[in-house]
Design a protein around this ligand. Structure first.
Ligand code: KIV
Length: 264
């Protein structure tokens, strides 16, 4: 059965952890879905781990739609959440609505995610009113890279922590059904998780969130430009791919591939 907004809310109520992972294409979305993750986020991290860019700023709506379509096509059970790219929701409520709607209409996403606190509450409210489920995202928000001066842990001072707590409540009140907490102290994430009734999904926010999300290419060992402290690598697909391709090259050069078994 497909994971829904209701089933994720139930998981929080029942104290069951939510596993979320990013994916950007058909084969990996199919694998993540088969492995049983609850939600697949088509993250704007696409820019960095697939497109090879230095940050997430440049990825476009059309590119995100293209990748979300592939992920939706591959996914039977997990909820598909599309990440709204930079400038797809910052300009106006109308633009936010039009762009978020495209993810549902053109790419079969079930929800969208957008970054920011109180300053995007009017977007969250408008999208929710238009029947578009919204995942909010506070703490380290990579689209604010230039204001933040780098990918730094947020909410470390008492004032900053209080502001994040307030933002969490404002976003819940605006209608967000889920809240991503990125790179904040574990104790603050624990307090926010206890204070809101929607599930919190942590990435670099400690063990007490209602769920966790990681970037697929980090989990599988396919991204090596840098590794944040919160990343745990569960596989070495780069190593496996290197070996397979080197073996293939070797056999072609030696003339042992194709053999009889692989010829007509
Ligand atoms: O773009 C992304 O992958 C994300 C997650 C890291 C939360 O926003």
């Amino acid at each position: 059965m497909k994971v829904t907004v209701q089933s994720l809310l139930e998981k929080k109520r029942d104290n069951k952890k939510i596993a979320m992972l990013t994916a950007y294409d058909f084969p990996f979305a199919q694998i993540a879905d088969e492995a049983g993750v609850d939600a697949i986020l088509v993250g704007d991290s696409l820019a960095m781990v697939v497109q090879g860019m230095g940050n997430t700023i440049a990825v476009t709506m059309d590119e995100m739609i293209y990748h979300t379509r592939m992920v939706s096509r591959a996914t039977k059970r997990a909820m598909v959440i599309a990440d709204m790219p930079y400038l797809s929701y910052q300009i106006s409520v109308e633009e936010a609505l039009r762009n978020a709607g495209r993810f549902l209409k053109e790419a079969a996403a079930q929800a969208v995610k957008l970054e920011g606190g109180r300053e995007v509450a009017d977007r969250v409210r408008a999208l929710t009113a238009a029947e578009i489920p919204v995942v909010a995202h506070i703490g380290l928000t990579p689209q604010a890279l230039h204001r933040m001066g780098g990918y730094k842990v947020q909410g470390k001072t008492e004032d900053a922590a209080n502001r994040l707590m307030e933002d969490a409540k404002i976003l819940e009140d605006a209608g967000a059904f889920c809240l991503t907490l990125e790179a904040i102290p574990a104790e603050l994430a624990r307090r926010i998780t206890a204070e809101v009734s929607i599930p919190t999904i942590g990435i670099g926010a400690g063990p007490d969130c209602d769920g966790q999300v990681l970037v697929l290419h980090d989990v599988l060992g396919l991204f090596e430009r840098f590794t944040p402290k919160f990343v745990k690598r569960y596989g070495d697909l780069k190593g496996a791919a290197l070996k397979a391709i080197a073996d293939y090259k070797d056999e072609v050069e030696k003339g042992t591939f194709p053999d009889k078994e692989h010829s007509f």
